[in-house]
Design a protein around this ligand. Structure first.
Ligand code: AMP
Length: 181
């Protein structure tokens, strides 16, 4: 995807083979975040499908979703709500578990972070199997949020996450995709 004559956003993502374990191609966005024009273009594109929609809060998933989600919320002139790993939020929170390759993990949100019917946009850096994003959607729906969509920098379509979110009725956008896992 060409943003300007100068660079391609996808070229700013660094791939680290066999991290954090053998066989994983880790898509590292720190190189993109560190590139001033690239980061700005990335945030602009993340929010573009939602600029003319009613979004009251952006929910970002720990940890890279905080960086992108905070910037996206600023762009959309709305608030930011953190979705964190279990035990990290200071006030009363509700949780949602989801399956990892080995075991179960839990994410949480403050129970008063969203009002019923509030239009919320979900943001994260990458969607792979969609397990994390699905848990985040379930969490938001437990608070009766209206999840207007989900936006990611990277989709790994072979792992099926964006299809899984579509199955939940979530409009899913991404800026680029990488074949395989
Ligand atoms: P999933 O729940 O399988 O969709 O995984 C999504 C979460 O895991 C995101 O928060 C990503 O940051 C992280 N993740 C999964 N696979 C990768 C990968 N190949 N490179 C970088 N991050 C990944």
């Amino acid at each position: 995807m060409n943003l300007s004559a100068d660079f391609d956003l996808k070229d700013l993502v660094r791939t680290i083979p066999d991290y954090p374990k053998p066989g994983i191609m880790f898509r590292d966005i720190t190189t993109l975040l560190g590139h001033a024009t690239g980061f700005k273009a990335c945030v602009e594109q993340l929010v573009r499908p939602f600029t003319n929609r009613r979004v009251q809060s952006v929910a970002g998933i720990e940890a890279r979703g905080f960086i992108l989600g905070g910037a996206a919320a600023d762009r959309l002139h709305c608030g930011f709500v953190p979705i964190r790993k279990k035990g990290k939020l200071p006030a009363k929170a509700i949780g949602q578990d989801y399956e990892l390759e080995y075991g179960i993990d839990v994410i949480e949100i403050h129970e008063d972070a969203i009002s019923a019917g509030e239009p919320v946009l979900l943001v994260d850096d990458l969607i792979a199997t969609g397990g994390t994003a699905e848990a985040a959607v379930k969490l938001l729906r437990k608070l009766n949020a209206d999840v207007v969509g989900a936006t990611f920098v990277i989709d790994l379509p072979d792992l099926g996450g964006s299809t899984r979110l579509a199955g939940l009725g979530i409009e899913c956008h991404s800026l680029m995709s990488f074949a395989g896992d």
